[in-house]
Design a protein around this ligand. Structure first.
Ligand code: 2AL
Length: 174
């Protein structure tokens, strides 16, 4: 699908195709539909980024809370969204040994207790060894800095999802 085809979608089709580019936040897709036509993929990404940036802190934290834990209970119970399952599988998080799984589980719980939202990172550009390292590093930050970092990761995940759905001209820009 190219940007012309995206611009031609009805509201319902747009939501069906792009509704999960931000995990479990179809309201963001719904909000940017009225900004069509997008001149290119970057313009669509910018509309989503601007919507997220305009939210109050509570709204941004709400987006973070819509994300499943990495290697968490949704992965174990098979209830991840298809996008998240592909991403976590790509990073090898569905093939952890017991020690790796309990290490990430402990750090995820510590992170959530400290910040009140789950740890979010774009795992398309990570792997199972770097996840605990990043968790340990980000656990040392302040809340505002960490919220901003986590939202930057949400935007990165959104870009990778959009780019797998919409043919762009700068496929490798992340
Ligand atoms: C995720 C996810 O579902 N996909 C991804 O790249 N990161 N979740 C998370 N908590 O970071």
């Amino acid at each position: 699908m190219d940007i012309g085809a995206i611009n031609a979608l009805s509201y319902e089709e747009f939501l069906n195709v792009l509704g999960n580019v931000v995990e479990k936040c179809p309201i963001i897709t719904a909000a940017v539909w009225s900004e069509r036509p997008f001149s290119n993929l970057d313009a669509l990404e910018a509309a989503i980024d601007n919507f997220i940036d305009a939210l109050p802190e509570s709204g941004q934290e709400g987006i973070l809370r819509c994300h499943p834990d990495l290697a968490g209970k949704e992965l174990r119970s098979g209830t991840l969204t298809p996008e998240s399952r592909r991403e976590q599988g790509h990073a090898g998080l569905d093939r952890l040994d017991a020690a790796e799984a309990s290490g990430i589980g402990r750090l995820n719980a510590e992170y959530k207790a400290r910040f009140g939202f789950p740890f979010v990172v774009c795992v398309r550009t990570s792997d199972k060894r770097s996840v605990p390292r990043q968790l340990e590093e980000r656990l040392r930050r302040g809340r505002a800095e960490e919220r901003a970092r986590a939202i930057a990761e949400v935007k990165k995940i959104c870009r990778t999802r959009l780019r797998s759905l919409v043919r762009g001209d700068q496929v490798n820009k992340l």
